[in-house]
Design a protein around this ligand. Structure first.
Ligand code: AMP
Ligand code: MG
Length: 342
């Protein structure tokens, strides 16, 4: 199969072509503000199955349903608590996914057999236009081969899924760079299942108490039932093994200098980059600019796969704000191989 790159800036018919594919039960790579998604008609189980096939995604990992209008939420969820409306008016359109009891129209392929559904209204204008033109909600996980780092440019998507999907819609580099925050509102208390573009602090401003799922902090064994099944798999992993070093940036840089071999690749903060001139390195931004770090993290994790690097060392931001999401992606890429420097 030849994968076409459809660019709506060059040609308005890009939307119609992508929407026609989606209505015909095909999958399409779609830009969002978080990462690129691999989209299919969320109400068509057979179409959704093609997402799992193209990505090599485990069947028990559910997908997020993307909508272009808040009202669509009432068709997809069985109940919508008041807290959901509060969160929607504050954070939508934007990088927040809410888990709600699912309506009967959601096929099992989307919810992976759970009785809940994840719903998000993305802010990327290209995603919104595509959902509107398709006329159906779009189920979409990140548009990467399962297990690899997520994709934040159309070339990343082409790298992983070129030849396996009919088209990718161009939308430029993603402005948030890490996936949406996933919060469950289907249980007794709000629970953070995945940190992302909206911070835990921001959620607590609206909801008060928010529990944090333990899968965020530690590696979960295959035999354990988790609330967000995606959390248990090896994820975001480059080919070379990753070690994450947490702590004060000056100290973590010194630690890495002492321990990294010459064939090591380094993911570092800009103010520490001079210490790694002898290494393959990817600079993710200064240690106090976590937004830039979020935008660059997946590209940095992908970049070493084309080099001779045999191990990767990464400086890690602390858990404040968006730092929780960046640190989580790094730790998962490292299979939770983390060193705390004090
Ligand atoms: P991805 O967009 O590739 O990161 O995958 C979607 C993420 O959302 C996965 O980590 C899923 O586990 C999570 N997710 C989607 N739907 C649900 C749901 N109904 N319950 C819990 N987590 C979900
Ligand atoms: Mg993913």
């Amino acid at each position: 199969m030849i994968t076409r790159l459809l660019d709506p800036v060059k040609d308005r018919t890009a939307y119609t072509e992508a929407a026609t594919l989606l209505r015909a039960g095909e999958v399409v790579g779609m830009p969002t503000e978080t990462v690129y998604g691999l989209a299919a008609n969320a109400l068509d189980g057979k179409a959704v199955a093609k997402i799992f096939a193209a990505k090599g995604r485990p069947q028990d990992n559910p997908l997020i349903v993307h909508i272009a209008d808040q009202k669509q939420m009432y068709d997809l969820a069985r109940t919508v608590p008041e807290s959901v409306e509060k969160l929607a008016s504050r954070f939508w359109p934007g990088p927040l996914t809410m888990i709600l009891p699912k309506a009967d129209c959601i096929p099992d392929e989307v919810s992976a057999g759970l009785d809940t559904v994840g719903i998000r209204l993305p802010s990327h204008p290209v995603a919104q236009e595509l959902i509107r033109e398709a006329g159906v909600p779009l189920a979409a996980p990140s548009a990467n081969t399962s297990g690899r780092p997520s994709t934040t440019t159309s070339s990343h998507v082409m790298e992983d899924l070129g030849g396996k999907i009919p088209a990718i819609l161009e939308g430029g580099p993603c402005t948030v760079g890490v996936e949406s925050t996933v919060v469950s509102l289907a249980g007794d208390k709000p629970r953070l299942l995945r940190p992302g573009g909206i911070s835990l602090e921001q959620l607590r401003e609206v909801l008060g108490e928010v529990e944090v799922d333990r899968a965020l902090r530690e590696k979960i064994g295959d035999d354990v039932r988790v609330s967000a099944p995606g959390m248990k798999y090896r994820h975001y992993a480059p080919k070379a093994p990753v070690t994450v070093v947490c702590g004060d940036p000056e100290r973590t840089a010194a630690y890495i200098t002492r321990h990294a071999g010459l064939d090591a690749g380094i993911i570092c903060f800009s103010e520490c980059a001079f210490q790694f001139e002898m290494h393959e390195r990817r600079v993710i931004g200064s240690s106090d600019d976590v937004q830039t770090q979020a935008r660059r993290i997946f590209d940095a994790l992908r970049a070493f796969d084309d080099t001779n690097v045999r191990e990767i060392w990464a400086q890690c931001p602390d858990d404040k704000g968006l730092g929780l999401a960046v640190a989580n992606r790094l730790k998962k890429a490292a299979g939770f191989h983390v060193i705390n420097v004090v």
